[in-house]
Design a protein around this ligand. Structure first.
Ligand code: ZN
Length: 210
């Protein structure tokens, strides 16, 4: 299926987000309730439930763009952390891979953190089976268990077989880091938080050039 009615990534008019870069089949977008300046998503234009469902002929383009966005964020901000909620824990049922940069230097406006800080917090749950990240493994996990969670730190990428709240990057920013302008759910972004989002978006657009 190409487009789904009322899907905020199929119909961008429904979305308050912004497209900063696009190709024939994908776009890089800035959402709402951003975790940090430089937080972007890679999204297919066609409707797929998760990245593991992206059709084989679109996969090389997806991988190229994943690398391109990774490098751009690395240069402009710091090596990003990547996360995809492959159906588990997903709040928009249209594939989207998050890139959240490392923040090197604390500012009045935002704390500094390392990607390993996010990872340390997000690997707390015991007993969740972890597998090496390959898209064919993700697709198999989705068939067998109904979903997966994908996390990447540099070259280290893993798949989780279950979603727990601790695997949410929002849990890290909102609860562990105390970043009050990162809502626990993007749908709950307040008017105050939206103002901070505007600042984060401006920084993102200024520094990330495609
Ligand atoms: Zn969609």
């Amino acid at each position: 299926m190409d487009k789904i009615k009322n899907c905020v990534f199929c119909d961008l008019k429904l979305n308050k987000g912004e497209v900063i870069f696009e190709t024939e089949n994908f776009f890089a977008g800035i959402g709402i309730g951003l975790a940090a300046p430089g937080h972007v998503m890679l999204i297919p234009k066609k409707h797929f439930a998760c990245c593991a469902d992206i059709l084989k002929d679109l996969r090389p383009e997806f991988e190229d763009l994943k690398s391109l966005i990774f490098e751009k964020i690395k240069d402009a901000f710091g090596t990003p952390f990547l996360v995809e909620y492959g159906v588990f824990g997903q709040s928009v049922s249209h594939a989207h891979l998050h890139f959240i940069p490392k923040i090197r230097k604390a500012t009045e406006f935002y704390p500094a953190y390392e990607i390993k800080d996010i990872f340390r917090e997000m690997q707390i749950p015991d007993g969740i089976p972890v597998r090496p990240a390959l898209w064919k493994t993700a697709a198999a996990m989705k068939r067998q268990n109904g979903g997966y969670v994908f996390l990447q730190n540099g070259d280290y990428a893993v798949l989780f077989e279950r979603f727990e709240k601790e695997l949410s990057y929002r849990h890290f920013f909102n609860e562990k880091m105390g970043v009050k302008d990162v809502p626990a759910r993007w749908q709950d972004t307040t008017a105050e938080q939206e103002k901070i989002d505007v600042v984060k978006k401006q920084i993102t657009c200024q520094l990330l050039k495609f």
